[in-house]
Write a protein that binds this ligand. Structure first.
Ligand SMILES: C[S@@+](CC[C@H](N)C(=O)[O-])C[C@H]1O[C@@H](n2cnc3c(N)ncnc32)[C@H](O)[C@@H]1O
Length: 266
């Protein structure tokens, strides 16, 4: 399926994903202090985006920026790892917003941690952007191809981000579940973001995400978000899977995001 993230950069889904990702990276880096941090992405996207004039960022990072001013200190503190890098300047059309790989790269650099990146995407324009951004070739491997296949070859990593932009069908669901179980079996910490997609109004199909969420909750930390208004493509919210050991810290950041964004629980 063809997909471009550009008009969605900085939207509600990115705020959720990137704020929780920043919390997890910070936690894992502080937990294991030696050796390179090996970071893997199956669906990398671009390392950095430019916010578009009518982009979805206004309901995401734009809203976060204005709401944060009146937030409790503990909320600001929890989200600081994310906001330091993603909200250094107030967001506006034309300003930069980091993609997940750019965010983790900037975090590891500022923490002074050696790193190794393995990044996969199917889109050749995205691959060019990744190769232009990452300067040290021996530490960063960029692969063009199916990220679900690529991750099967990874034996050891500090963290894997699985970020398919869609999960519309039972087949998408089975592929995602199989991949998550494989990563778990290899004892690799993981985070996975998926959209909650409502089928079209005239469709007789059940939405895929409720059964996915039920299944992942048996084996992983599972966190759901619901937006006040559905986004384009019928995204009514999103879902985050994390390794069980990461559920508590991810859940704390999730609560802070809901509070600052004014979102209800489910
Ligand atoms: C949601 S975007 C990634 C966003 C990025 N991880 C971030 O948070 O900034 C999804 C990306 O997956 C890529 N993609 C789609 N299908 C793929 C597949 N089977 N394997 C690898 N990449 C894929 C798309 O080209 C797109 O760049």
């Amino acid at each position: 399926m063809s997909y471009t993230h550009t008009e969605k950069a900085g939207n509600c889904g990115d705020v959720v994903k990137h704020a929780i990702l920043a919390t997890i990276v910070d936690y894992l880096v502080s937990r294991s202090k030696s050796g390179p941090f090996i970071y893997v992405e199956t669906h990398a996207g671009r390392p950095v985006y430019r916010l578009e004039r009518k982009g979805e960022w206004q309901a995401g990072i734009g809203l976060l920026c204005s709401n944060l001013k009146s937030c409790r200190a503990s909320v600001k503190e929890d989200l600081e790892r994310y906001t330091t890098l993603c909200l250094a300047e107030p967001p506006q059309p034309g300003s930069e917003y980091p993609g997940s790989s750019g965010l983790v790269f900037q975090m590891l650099k500022s923490l002074g941690r050696p790193y190794r990146f393995i990044l996969c995407d199917v889109d050749s324009a995205v691959i060019d952007a990744l190769m232009g951004y990452f300067p040290q070739w021996n530490q960063v491997t960029v692969c063009r191809g199916d990220g679900f296949e690529m991750v099967r070859m990874i034996g050891k990593a500090s963290l894997v981000l699985v970020d398919p932009a869609y999960m519309d069908t039972e087949a998408d669901k089975r592929t995602a579940l199989k991949t998550l179980k494989l990563i778990k079996k290899r004892k690799i910490p993981l985070i996975c973001w998926t959209p909650r997609v409502e089928p079209p109004e005239d469709s007789k199909d059940e939405p895929v995400y409720p059964s996915y969420e039920r299944e992942v909750a048996k084996e992983f930390g599972s966190i759901s978000f619901k937006w006040p208004e559905p986004e384009s493509k019928g995204f009514s919210g999103c879902h985050i899977v994390v390794s069980e050991e990461l559920e508590e810290i991810a859940g704390t950041t999730a609560d802070k995001i809901r509070e600052v964004m004014g979102w209800s629980l489910k």
